[in-house]
Design a protein around this ligand. Structure first.
Ligand code: 4NP
Length: 160
């Protein structure tokens, strides 16, 4: 019997910039590792403002230029996501606090972590929100994603 897939969830505020970028980069990393059947990827926002919308055009185009397809319709994280997923990655500390606020009985806190914990080539502890800034912010998000997603893959491979 194959084991159940490892379920990974990326979370930011709006689910239209950082977490759909993480989602697309991780999908590419997992495909290249031949682990598509073993690792399930999803993303969500702590806010509901953009529910149903495709990723922000600036993030989508920056991703497309590096070969990533950002096509996830935004959705808001639900408490049930914490039970369902094996690893939940927050882009910043505010996201982390809002995710943990859904975990009233403190059952899932050890699977909720900051994305940047998995970066080895960057010093940042949070993925900066690029929404109100210029194009370099979107490139920086992708640089962090390409670094951290490799670290996440190594962590999951050790558990599969
Ligand atoms: P994200 O970026 O959390 O990376 O998707 C944002 C998207 C939208 C807003 C803020 C951040 N907003 O204020 O609408």
């Amino acid at each position: 019997m194959p084991r159940a897939p490892f379920r990974l969830l990326f979370v930011c505020l709006g689910n239209i910039c950082r977490s759909p970028a993480a989602h697309a980069v991780m999908r590419s990393v997992v495909e290249k590792a031949g682990l598509t059947a073993q690792i399930e990827i999803d993303s969500a926002g702590t806010a509901s403002w953009h529910t149903g919308k495709l990723p922000d055009d600036r993030m989508r185009l920056a991703g497309q230029a590096r070969g990533y397809t950002l096509d996830h319709p935004a959705r808001q994280i639900q408490a049930a996501d914490l039970a369902k997923h094996d690893l939940v990655l927050a882009m910043d500390r505010e996201n982390l606090r809002n995710i943990l606020a859904l975990d009233r009985d403190r059952r899932f806190a050890d699977k909720v972590r900051l994305f940047c914990e998995f970066c080895t080539g960057h010093e940042e502890q949070e993925v900066p929100d690029p929404y109100y800034g210029g194009p370099e912010g979107f490139e920086h998000v992708l640089d962090l994603m390409e670094d951290g997603c490799q670290g996440i893959l190594r962590e999951i491979q050790a558990k599969l």
